[in-house]
Design a protein around this ligand. Structure first.
Ligand code: PGA
Length: 244
């Protein structure tokens, strides 16, 4: 299976950034990985002009509705119409800032499936669950609710501990492996295929350690994807080191 590396630019994007990344085409030409950048909706149509085929555009979220009087939303049907093939769903910043729920994420996943857009489902525990050693319980409940009655689907799953996002802290390797085992078990139960990613403070300096974790198929990268040199270094490190 090809690796998957997704830069998540969040609400950090300018035409100048698109322009400067587009001048560095060679970073992403690997037959072994799909390289994505998740852009704010308004910039997504620009991808054809700036990225052509060498960086795949990804949505940062999608509406739980398909069409109708829903002011301000963008649906899976619209993503398909605009040839956007991937969407992040359930990022913890959506839970924090936009009242995201696992039940809404479940509907979003179904809608994406219907319109053939491949999801990157984010899961991750808050620090208090990790500290009280309740993280597996938390994650099992979260994934179970997000995937309720969904099977035979392609869903990429990104493990993003909330306490790691934007903090510079990353889990120990065995802590990530424990969660990977859980995710794999649930994917088998639901007959779900897809790649398993890690996200949360992935940087050039920790990419090698993370890349060696068995069973990891790629990264979701926030801050470090904003700088072309950092993004390139992480991609190269993953491709050189990742264990099949
Ligand atoms: P970070 O963000 O790499 O800046 O920690 C990751 C994410 O939120 O997807």
């Amino acid at each position: 299976m090809k690796k998957l590396i997704c830069g998540n630019w969040k609400m950090n994007c300018t035409l100048d950034m698109l322009d400067s990344f587009s001048k560095n085409k060679h970073i992403t030409e690997s037959p072994h990985a799909d390289i994505l950048i998740a852009l704010p909706f308004i910039y997504l149509p620009e991808w054809k002009r700036y990225f052509q085929n060498y960086i795949i555009p990804c949505s940062q979220d999608v509406s739980e509705f398909i069409e109708g009087p829903i002011t301000g939303d963008v649906s899976a049907k619209m993503l398909k119409d605009m040839e956007i093939r991937y969407s992040i769903v359930g990022h913890s910043e959506r839970y924090k800032n936009h009242d995201e729920t696992c039940e809404k994420v479940n509907i979003k996943l179904r809608n994406l499936k219907e319109y053939g857009v491949e999801p990157i489902l984010c899961i991750g525990e808050p620090s208090h669950s990790r500290e009280s050693k309740k993280h597996i319980e938390f994650l099992e409940d979260q994934i179970g609710r997000c995937l309720k009655d969904i099977s035979h689907s392609t869903i990429n799953i990104a493990y993003e501990p909330i306490w790691s996002i934007g903090t510079g802290k990353i889990p120990e390797e065995d802590q990530i492996e424990e969660v990977l085992t859980l995710i794999k078990r649930i994917m088998i139960q639901h007959n779900i295929s897809g790649r398993i990613l890690y996200g949360g403070s992935v940087k050039p300096k920790n990419a090698k350690i993370l890349s060696k974790i068995s069973g990891l198929d790629g990264f979701l990268i926030g801050n470090a994807s904003l700088e072309y040199e950092d993004f390139k270094e992480i991609i190269n490190t993953l491709l050189e080191n990742i264990v099949a």
